[in-house]
Design a protein around this ligand. Structure first.
Ligand code: SF4
Length: 963
């Protein structure tokens, strides 16, 4: 009988309606098509036209259905009735919830707006939340960036005017050598996966992953470099050393696009030592070899010197940045031979990597036949590319030396001439912006007044001591001590310090802690047990909680819910309007700017409201400017969609850039368009502008692009963006530490500022590591992000839990043998801050003295409406218990935060531990806490959670035990 192939319908019709929206199962923000059947979510598919994912959908994105149907969903506003942490609440009406919140917040605003600390977690509406804080008048606001990727963002924005991930990406089409630092599988998830697919499909391309652990993207790297945690900066500086020594540097690129030729005053003791020399108009000077005198370095067609010592007409001595940089990195301590012991990478390998980078950049040059015009009006017939690209993320960011390490990576890119050229790292509009971009942070005491909005946003970019948010005595003005001498460049704030500082009343007490989507009572805090204690601690003098009021908004019964006094239940991401805005952190690609929306694909079946609507209504009820009209009525009675369409941050500029103007025929700037949201929906819920070919590269110096960007309001002028190898703002802070200027750091921080505010990237041992005994704690401990999970959301999702039901402590076979353990054994892991018990797994792709685990899988028993004996609570564990938010040693009589001293980024990965074998006992992880009670209104826990049976044809097989 002839073979009859089975015919399988690979695309059966599963739905009767399809609605477009944007995924929110991680930070990547892919476009989705949500299939509905009889009004219920049936299936989620990637949107093939969407600029972020081109149809690709990951396991998390597909599992959005179970996020939407999670039994942990909250269903009513809640008011606490028992002690904090008890989970005892009563369900209340929205009216009562609003009255309670406005009662607390109204009183604060009338008296001292600083007493509101408003911090959001993985919120994707930060342009709204920050604006709301500004209108409320509190400087105490930030989102979760301070504990995620602030080092990476700050270093990029102060150095090249863009950054990895949201503000830049490798040129996946042309790159031939990709070096990725410290990335497991996280932000920019689908674009990286598809990009790696393209790169691996080219014969002459190589992908090198530098990470202590070979997981995630590293698994498919052509070469894996298992570096010791926290030493990446030193490796990069050794690569720079080797390249400069071999004279494999793109000098033309440096002269054209960076501050390499700018002259730096070299007069130790002078109040302007280390600053750029400038002409009377404030323009930086370079030494022109043509005329043999100093000239405006910004002029085109000069021949600036990159080396030498020069005497200025006023007698000042100066050297060009390039010479200062080259002298630093040519020091023997940066040679491959010297760094191999610290990094664990053999010198021979480092030299080979440097040679490979140079070979790819200079021997495999790409030339595209595309004409373009540079900032000075000079025409170029082709675009020259150096096909080396780089990417870095959490593994670099989460160390206390991460800011400088990330700056070093950008300097390496500049030396290779591989920024925004074919094959290199490419900016995503609205970037590049000037280094650093504006605005400055707001929140000095003179900018915070009762019953008033602040004159600017709480977060921004400091350029010297005069921009700090400090009190007259130099003490921090913000609750998280951001933008103070503790952490002067804390561009994303320090969310990990808010509870500790609010509990201690240092630098000032707060009345209300208002959190959104931030699981601070569990996996989002360092020192989790201590944090729970601080949240419940009572002031003996008053008998009240030391943090008097806590308002929390979340869609799910996370651990944090039980510690709130007032719970405002949010919707799921499929039930709301939302906006991924160019005013915030957009979804642009290197090909052009883009933004997107979410639309409610289904209506909530619970008494919940989108947080953004709630915030807008609170703003109106509190009478905040912009959110209320003069007669006291709401400015946006239609809630968030009304705000998205009609709010203008400045004339013609609103949250959404597409289809502006009365007829929707403008983008970027234009009057509000009442039909704007419909236009987005018709276009698959996103807007994108495709830059013409001539604007695709060299955006930092491309006349046509710069004029376009200026016209769109992305940049203040069409001047070229000059990359900053040498950072003058950092030197200004250092000069203050040396005693220069009127604004001085407190004595106990003078040395710290002097040490860490180096205008050139430097490497130092991670700070906590310098304070713990390496003999006692010989092992590094870090976390990685699994491909199938995004923080605590994923580990309560019925489908994703089947992939990672609990986590293990992974270690190399060698380390396991040394400790005397093997697979499935239990161990104690101890740090200076705590002790946990975990089950181990051995593997070969792990640095010898590093252990790691997936983050945020361990859950407190009973939380998220999971069974109290669910694997996540029984066997899952958190490293967070071991990590302290405070450094072990004191500086000037107090313990500083466990953060990068420049940016305040949480130093999660500086952790050192010791490990000993434990008895398996009951085979459960430690520490163990009392199981959490289900909060009122969560769904009755089904015995088995199933999805889809209701869609089976009538009469087909159904499970009898369907719950
Ligand atoms: S990568 Fe993130 S945003 Fe994209 S589909 Fe997966 S979970 Fe959704």
């Amino acid at each position: 009988m002839a073979f009859q192939p089975e015919v399988v319908d690979t695309s059966p019709t599963v739905s009767d309606e399809v609605k477009y929206s944007t995924c929110y199962m991680c930070a990547c923000r892919c476009g989705i098509k949500v299939h509905l059947k009889d009004g219920e979510v049936r299936y989620i598919e990637g949107n093939p036209d969407h600029p972020v994912n081109r149809g690709v959908l990951c396991a998390k994105g597909s599992s959005g259905i179970m996020q939407h149907l999670s039994p942990a969903r909250l269903s009513n506003p809640l008011k606490r009735t028992g002690p904090r942490g008890s989970g005892e609440f009563e369900e209340i009406s929205w009216e009562e919830a609003f009255e309670t919140a406005t009662g607390w917040l109204g009183e604060i605003r009338k008296t001292d707006p600083r007493k509101l600390a408003f911090f959001t977690g993985r919120d994707q509406s930060q342009s709204l939340t920050a604006f709301w804080a500004t209108q409320f008048g509190t400087p105490n606001h930030a989102a979760h960036g301070g504990f995620c990727s602030a080092n990476m963002a700050a270093a990029g924005l102060y150095t090249i005017g863009g950054s990895f991930w949201e503000f830049g990406e490798p040129d996946w089409e042309h790159t031939r050598y990709l070096m990725m630092f410290g990335v497991a599988e996280d932000h920019d998830s689908n674009p990286i996966k598809t990009g790696l697919g393209k790169l691996k499909g080219r014969e002459n391309a190589k992908y090198v992953s530098i990470n202590p652990v070979r997981t995630g993207y590293s698994a498919i790297a052509d070469e894996w470099i298992g570096i010791r945690p926290g030493t990446d900066g030193l490796l990069v500086m050794a690569l720079i050393h080797e390249l400069i020594k071999a004279q494999k540097v793109d000098l033309e690129f440096l002269v054209r696009y960076s501050n390499a030729p700018w002259l730096v005053r070299q007069e130790p003791g002078h109040p302007e030592d280390g600053l750029f020399l400038r002409d009377e108009d404030g323009k930086p000077l370079a030494w022109n070899r043509k005329s043999d005198k100093p000239v405006n370095a910004l002029l085109a067609d000069i021949e600036p010197a990159l080396s030498g010592v020069y005497e200025m007409p006023d007698g000042a001595t100066a050297r060009p940045v390039f010479e200062i940089m080259a002298n630093r990195y040519l020091e023997p301590k940066y040679s491959a031979d010297q760094v191999e012991d610290i990094t664990g990478i053999p010198a021979e390998t480092i030299r080979r990597l440097a040679a490979e980078l140079a070979h790819a950049a200079f021997e495999q040059e790409i030339e595209l036949d595309v004409e373009w015009t540079d900032w000075a009006g000079r025409k170029h017939d082709t675009m020259i590319g150096r096909p080396v690209s780089m990417h870095a993320m959490r593994g670099i960011s989460a160390h206390s030396n991460g800011f400088h390490t990330c700056r070093a990576i950008h300097v390496l890119q500049m030396l290779l001439g591989s920024i925004d050229c074919p094959g290199g790292f490419r900016y995503k509009p609205p970037f590049p912006r000037p280094c650093p971009p504006g605005p400055k942070p707001t929140g000095r005491p003179d900018q915070v007044k009762a019953d008033s909005a602040m004159p600017g946003p709480p977060l921004g970019f400091t350029t010297g001591p005069e921009d700090l948010l400090v009190n007259e005595d130099g003490s921090p003005a913000r609750i998280d001590k951001g933008f103070s001498w503790d952490h002067p460049v804390s561009v994303h704030g320090l969310m990990h310090m808010v509870i500790q500082n609010a509990w201690a009343g240092d630098p000032h007490p707060v009345d209300t802690l208002f959190l959104y989507m931030a699981n601070m009572a569990w996996n989002s805090s360092m020192n989790t047990k201590g944090t729970m204690e601080m949240l419940t601690d009572v002031d003996e003098a008053t008998g009240e909680y030391r943090i008097p009021h806590i308002i929390y908004s979340d869609a799910y019964a996370s651990e944090m819910v039980s510690y709130a006094d007032l719970v405002l239940p949010d919707t799921t991401y499929l039930e709301r309007w939302d906006c991924v805005s160019l005013l915030d952190r957009p979804i642009s690609t290197a090909h052009g700017p883009a933004d997107s929306i979410r639309q409610p694909v289904v209506q909530p079946n619970r008494n919940v409201r989108p947080f953004q609507d709630v915030l807008i209504e609170l703003g109106a009820r509190l009478g905040l400017p912009v959110f209320s009209k003069e007669d006291g009525s709401p400015a946006y009675p239609g809630g968030y969609p009304d705000y998205l369409v009609n709010h203008q941050r400045m004339p013609g500029v609103g949250p959404l850039a597409g289809w502006r103007g009365a007829d929707g025929d403008q983008h970027g700037k234009g009057d509000p368009n009442p039909d704007q949201l419909n236009r987005y929906i018709q276009n698959g819920c996103f807007w994108q502008h495709h830059l013409p070919e001539s604007q695709q590269y060299y955006k930092h110096a491309n006349k046509d692009y710069l004029e376009y960007a200026h016209g769109m309001g992305f940049i203040p002028s069409a001047d070229q963006v000059i990359m900053q190898i040498y950072s003058e703002p950092l030197q200004k802070f250092r000069l203050a530490a040396q005693g220069h200027g009127d604004i001085q750091p407190p004595e106990h921080l003078r040395r710290r500022i002097g040490d860490y505010f180096d205008p050139l990237p430097l490497w130092y041992e991670p700070i906590e590591e310098t304070m713990v005994d390496h003999e006692e704690y010989p092992i590094h401990a870090i976390t990685q992000r699994p491909a199938a999970m995004y923080h605590s959301w994923g580990s309560q999702n019925a489908w994703l839990r089947q992939i990672h039901g609990y986590n293990r402590l992974c270690m190399s076979d060698d380390l396991a043998a040394e400790i005397g353990v093997s697979d499935d054994d239990w161990v104690y892991v101890e740090s200076h801050n705590g002790k946990i018990k975990a089950q181990i797994k051995t593997m070969s792709g792990c640095e010898r003295n590093t252990v790691w685990t997936w983050n945020a899988i361990g859950k407190r028993r009973g939380a998220w409406n999971l069974d109290k004996d669910a694997a996540e609570g029984e066997k899952g564990f958190l490293l967070n218990h071991l990590i302290s938010e405070l450094l072990p040693d004191k500086v000037g009589g107090r313990r500083m935060s466990n953060s990068d001293p420049v940016t305040g980024q949480a130093a999660w990965f500086d952790l050192r531990v010791k490990i000993t074998k434990a008895d398996a006992g009951e085979g459960v992880s430690e520490p163990r806490f009392e199981p959490m009670k289900p909060v009122p209104g969560v769904q009755k826990k089904p015995k088995i959670l199933r999805f889809g049976e209701q869609f089976l044809p009538q009469g087909s097989w159904r499970r009898k035990d369907r719950s």
